[in-house]
Write a protein that binds this ligand. Structure first.
Ligand code: G6Q
Length: 549
């Protein structure tokens, strides 16, 4: 099927129809029955690539379900879509852009073209520039305005220019240079900035202003406050800015207007979407923390998973299978969310990172053809690290009225082994997926001599689907593979649902309305308000509350 060929709307694809019929047939099947019917199921519905082992046997599927889902991928022209992305075609059609985060981690020898130009040398030139800078800061060769070495690094950015860096810093803290302190400021709420710089010495502080556009309200407001804080702390000499501010951006003009020397600007390109940018120069704070070798290992991990995604048959392809299972759970089993549950404390920000990646990408009701969908698109992704979640919201996953498919992520080795902790952690993750799948019947509860009145409360229906991903240990390379895995899951979901995962028009309206409201809050004289009666009233009330006189 060529990339240009017309794809039927999703519910008209033969495989979709077949899946709907198939669903009726197997909807009542319990995971207990599926496992009883095939003693080897847990050894069959597995796949492994790039050091990630995936057990998807605890999903409510049969081999027929998988076959039909693979057929759906084919009818959705997934192959064509993948090839188009890797070939640098402008698949982000609403912004007329190529989508080439895969080029950010391509080896030097690779050739990836956008508008006839190989972009790989540019990618490596920026990486080399980042390396030179990171080495100077880490070694202390880079000095602040007063000659002191840098000990605090504050990344200022929001959305895609924040969530990746924060997540990666937390995830790879074990590999970080501990005499450097890293802080992340994103919110326009002044508390974020004030708390981040609390107790920091301006003479030892470096700000990285990370903004693709260099126009984002929150980031520019925080950057201005940072500049004022620095200048106040260093006696007001404007020359200090060049030693304490660097920028990651695509907008050299605005960077230079801010007072940052463009020699200290690290660039990227319009074919890198914000939420796909943690492995571009947006990862500068990550490289400063873990060093360039570890950063390159992270990129190599991404690339390994990219190659797997690009070349492995769909039936063994981790992102393809996980995406298809999520389509099954969402569109046929009616699941509304996916819980991502890493049993690795260093991954505590991974669910937050995935929220943007998944929901900003596929939270769309308009198809590539500009039509409204008649099916659900992205589920809500959320989660917390285990075992903490077990003592809060897992109750709902086990006995609530909703179906919550779970992705469990675990590692064979702890980065910080401590007594029995790791075996206990792993016992818990394995127990959770077992309990969710198989539950506990009334007969089993009664056999424990539970009083009759309590029996229904102690029954677990089970039949709750989950995936388990097991890897050796959380290294930079493994983090790269995990992030790439979810990036490509999102890509496959987008291809099935026929939406564009690479734009985000849905964030624009609120931004524009806020711009309009700012003067209505700030002006001394209240301008005539032309909102609805609720918004008008809230504006008046806020003004009164902030200055009662
Ligand atoms: C991500 C989005 C969005 C973006 C931020 C920050 O895919 O585009 O989250 O990253 O709005 O934008 P700037 O980097 O331009 O400041």
């Amino acid at each position: 099927m060529s990339n240009k060929s017309v794809i039927k709307s999703l519910t008209q694809r033969p495989a979709w129809k077949a899946l709907a019929t198939h669903h009726k047939k197997i909807a009542k099947l319990h995971l207990r029955e599926l496992f009883a019917a095939d003693k080897q199921r847990g050894e069959k519905l597995i796949t492994e690539a790039a050091g990630l082992f995936l057990d998807y046997s605890k999903n409510r599927v049969t081999t027929e379900t998988i076959k039909l889902l693979l057929q759906l991928a084919k009818e959705s022209n997934l192959r064509g879509r993948i090839d188009a992305m890797f070939a640098g075609e402008k698949i982000n059609i609403t912004e007329n852009r190529a989508v080439l985060h895969v080029a950010l981690r391509a080896p030097k020898s690779a050739k990836i073209f956008v508008d006839g130009k190989n972009v790989v040398p540019d990618v490596h030139a920026v990486l080399d520039k980042m390396t030179g800078f990171a080495n100077r800061v880490r070694s202390g060769a880079w000095k602040g305005h007063t000659g002191k070495r840098i000990t605090n690094i504050v990344n200022i950015g929001i959305g895609g220019s924040d969530l990746g860096p924060v997540m990666a810093y937390e995830a790879l803290k074990h590999y970080a240079k501990r005499d450097l302190k890293f802080l992340f400021v994103s919110n326009v709420d002044g508390a974020d900035f004030v708390e981040a710089v609390h107790g920091l010495a301006p003479a030892e502080t470096l700000f990285i202003v990370s903004s693709k556009t260099f126009t984002t309200q929150e980031t520019m407001t925080n950057a201005e406050s940072a500049r004022a804080w620095l200048l106040k702390g260093l006696g007001g000499n404007k020359n200090a800015v060049a030693k304490h501010f660097v920028a990651v951006s695509t907008n050299a003009e605005k960077v230079s207007a801010f007072g940052i020397d463009t020699a200290n600007m690290f660039g990227f390109w319009d074919w890198v979407g914000g939420r796909y940018s943690m492995d571009s120069a947006i990862g500068l704070s990550t490289m400063l923390a873990i060093g360039s070798e570890n950063f390159r290992a992270l990129l190599a991990g991404f690339h390994e998973l990219d190659e797997h995604f690009r070349t492995a048959p769909f039936s063994e392809n981790l992102p393809v299978l996980m995406a298809l299972l999520s389509v099954w759970n969402t569109n046929f089993l009616g699941a509304e969310t996916v819980a991502v549950l890493p049993y690795e404390n260093y991954l505590k920000r991974f669910p937050a990172y995935l929220q943007q990646l998944t929901m900003e990408s596929n939270g769309k009701y308009i198809t590539l053809a500009g039509k409204k969908v008649n099916y659900q698109t992205s589920p809500i992704y959320w989660g917390e690290p285990g075992t903490n979640g077990q003592h809060s919201f897992y109750q709902l996953i086990h006995q609530g009225t909703r179906l919550i498919p779970c992705d469990f992520i675990a590692f064979a080795h702890a980065l910080t082994p401590l007594g029995r902790h790791h075996d206990l952690l792993l016992a818990n993750v394995l127990a959770q997926s077992e309990a969710l799948a198989f539950g506990k019947t009334a007969a089993e509860v009664k056999a424990e001599k539970v009083p009759d009145a309590l029996v229904p409360h102690k029954v677990f229906e089970g039949n709750r689907p989950s995936n388990t991903i097991l890897a050796d240990r959380l290294t930079p390379a493994v983090l790269g593979r995990l992030v790439a895995l979810y990036e490509h899951i999102v890509f496959v979901q987008g291809a099935i649902w026929s939406v564009n995962p690479f734009d985000q028009w849905g964030v624009e309206l609120g931004k524009a309305l806020a711009q309009r409201i700012v003067p209505e809050l700030e002006n001394k004289i209240l301008p005539p308000l032309q909102h609805d009666s609720s918004t008008n009233n809230l504006i008046r009330r806020y003004r009164k509350m902030k200055s009662p006189t």
